[in-house]
Design a protein around this ligand. Sequence first.
Ligand SMILES: [Zn+2]
Length: 470
Amino acid sequence: MTTRPIPYYWSSIDWPRFVEDYPPPPAFSDAMSALSDDGLRELQERRFLARVQEAWEIPFYRDRWSAAGLEPGDIRGLPDIERIPTFTSEDLKASIADEPPFGSHQNFALKAMATPLKIQSSGGTSGLPRPTLFDPVAWEVQAIQFARAFHAQGAEVGDVLQITLTNSLANTAWCSSTAAMNWCGLVPLTTGSGVVTSSTRQLELAREWGTAGWVAFGEYMKILAETAIREGIDLAADLRTRFIHTYLGVDEEGHLRKLLSEAWGAEVYDNYGTHEVGLVGFECAAHDALHVNDDTALLEVADRETGEILDVGEPGNLVVTSLHRSVPPIIRYDLKDLMRTSRRGVCGCGLRTTKLSGFLGRSDEMVKLRATSVYPRSAQDVVAGDPRTTGEFLCVVETVGEGLASRERMRVQIEGRDRAGAHDLEADMRGLLHTAFGVAVDVEIVPAASLAPLTGLGGEGKVKRLLDLR
Ligand SMILES: [Zn+2]
């Protein structure tokens, strides 16, 4: 028999205060407009200092910060932020290995059980996925982040929102369904991925139940569009899709966006987030970079080699400090995602926030080929831009030769739609990828649908684009 009091969800948050602190739509836009740049800075600083104070109580931060020569009280405001060392997912992994099951950054929450907790995790390509705990504030704020996105993306009260990610270890589906039901009056339809509900059934449900919006990875919306052609479903005439909330990946030239919006006859909105810090940025109807949830996330961009903080507008590793999370605090997390930020201003949609570029690649997927830095995901623009491909590709990196003669080689496997033109396609792709990467790579045209087992397309997580055989 437990003698510990049950930490009830309903009483774990002061709700009226909470919605004032983290306004859901439509109040968010007015709240941001009402804040001057100094006012926003003050709000961010207040939250930042509160998180820093909490972090000093947590071994992961106390140890790292002490080792860097910091003492409690040294960080007095945002100008001091660069004195705090950044950390990466490798540090979180080490923390978990040293202090299982959840690491020295978050075991405290499980010990205390002062609030309800939930476990979510990263994809995890090898070994166990990386767990993150959520208390009710972390859980509801990330739902509000999504609700703001849906609202800016044209969602209306009563719309059916079809969520084609499974409510499982990863949290995008959970954020979406919680946002829809709790914070923006949408009706979530949690079909899950194609593994849970077949693509044909997904389309039938959308047609019969009137889906207005979709939450899906871009690659899966492509699969659904191809399924529709096979099943004789006319996406534009038979379905009532108005908006697609998606994650386009590296799509600077907009090929994938164009493909999807033409196939579906609907607006396509890019977004960016991670499971630890939630939805950092979302696109609005102006389609002019991503709005940042400035009251929940403070962004810095670091040089990917030196770690030095860069000026606004320069691309580098995104370093995020969560302003709302206490379980666990996330302070200066170097996500190794390449992005660019821009200054706060009023957008065409009326919302006043800082902005974030689309996703530009992953630093830790960088491959050095003959002294050139190559980012596998940047092949997406080239591959998706050619209708002779299915848009699917995988970069295979291996070491060939031995000793002094050994070198790294990258082979890009690309799915071709038909065998007949494979030779020409291969030559064209080789030329275009040489330009995109700045270095020559091998190209291999493979049959349509053959890469899915390696890329994880249609599964639960983000699609993989790099197979490292070194
Ligand atoms: Zn906007």
